[in-house]
Design a protein around this ligand. Structure first.
Ligand SMILES: NC(=O)c1ccc[n+]([C@@H]2O[C@H](COP(=O)([O-])OP(=O)(O)OC[C@H]3O[C@@H](n4cnc5c(N)ncnc54)[C@H](OP(=O)(O)O)[C@@H]3O)[C@@H](O)[C@H]2O)c1
Length: 283
């Protein structure tokens, strides 16, 4: 919603000045000319911040008050719950025994993330603002630990709560919390970038990669070391060999004569003086 209160490009259309603020709503049908909805039906929709909204029925779903409290359709059984479920399982891909850390852990999304992590056999570590929220996260939601991000020794506390590092960090806030999490990420950690609430009202760009583009454009950023893919080597040799022989894969070599010239050639490479794969001809 905060993102929609600005003209900045986003995944959702900005709210115009004078328009009602958008938002998910649970409401009661008070008049209907649509055969699918009768007066008295309780529906989930996107009515926004107002008492009454008019709808053609598209994007409106009837709720069964006997199945669950209707407000759950705005939280645990609605968009926030789905956000947690999809982001954690599809992008985080938690495996049993791994540590899953989540910020805004007592909130609509974070609370579901940690509980699903527990259901999947992970260690769930929450990060939340203040002792009451942290206590709730551990005692009521069943997380293994929850760290308050407000005290000055937060980073230290978080490290103590994640002795084996963090395998999945579900990003809801960005900012200082993200900075404390980063050094604790374990090899091959995954980070579903869901929200950056600590930065929503920032008026100047935060140093480092632009995490907003990452979220908005659904970018994938993944570090790797070539040896991670040793099993692909036979495919590589077959494909690259064929392409090089047929001229579809071109290459250029920059050959320096004599081992004594290797140091200068290496310094040159760091300054861009080589042109192509730098080789030293020793003999
Ligand atoms: N990508 C998507 O499709 C999608 C969908 C839904 C939500 N989201 C995002 O998911 C995140 C959580 O949403 P939610 O609906 O579940 O909200 P929420 O967690 O119920 O409420 C927001 C919480 O964020 C924390 N927070 C606010 N300002 C902060 C700051 N400066 N530093 C650290 N924490 C701060 C506060 O918790 P503490 O007091 O514990 O710090 C606050 O209670 C948001 O970033 C939201 O934009 C993304």
């Amino acid at each position: 919603m905060r993102g929609r209160m600005s003209a900045a490009k986003s995944y959702a259309k900005p709210v115009e000045v004078g328009e009602p603020m958008v938002g998910g709503t649970v409401g009661e049908i008070v008049a209907s000319r649509n055969a699918k909805f009768a007066v008295g039906d309780i529906v989930l929709g996107y009515g926004g911040w107002r008492d009454y909204a008019l709808s053609g029925g598209v994007g409106v779903r009837k709720l069964d008050p006997a199945a669950a409290p209707v407000t759950a359709a705005l939280g645990v059984l609605g968009m926030p719950g789905m956000t947690a479920y999809a982001g954690l399982l599809e992008i985080g891909r938690p495996k049993p025994g791994e540590t899953v850390a989540v910020a805004a852990a007592s909130g609509a999304v974070g609370s579901v993330v940690g509980q699903i992590a527990k259901i999947r056999g992970c260690r769930a570590v929450g990060i939340a603002g203040g002792p009451d929220k942290c206590r709730y996260v551990v005692e009521e939601l069943g997380f293994d630990a929850c760290v308050d991000h407000r005290p000055p020794d937060f980073a230290h506390q978080l490290e103590a709560a994640c002795p084996a590092g963090i395998d999945v960090y579900f990003e809801n806030v960005g900012g200082a919390v993200q900075r404390a999490v980063w050094p604790l990420l374990y090899d091959f950690a995954r980070i579903p970038v869901c929200g950056l609430i600590a930065q929503y009202s920032a008026t100047t760009p935060t140093p480092g990669p632009d995490m907003f583009s990452m979220l908005r454009k659904r970018l994938t950023l993944r570090g790797f070391i070539v040896t991670d893919f040793a099993a692909k080597e036979a495919d590589f040799l077959r494909d690259a060999g064929d392409w090089a022989r047929s001229g579809r894969l071109k290459y250029r070599e920059d050959v320096v004569e004599g081992l004594e010239n290797a140091p200068a050639a290496f310094l040159g490479l760091l300054a861009g003086k080589n042109f192509g794969k730098l080789l030293v001809k020793v003999a």
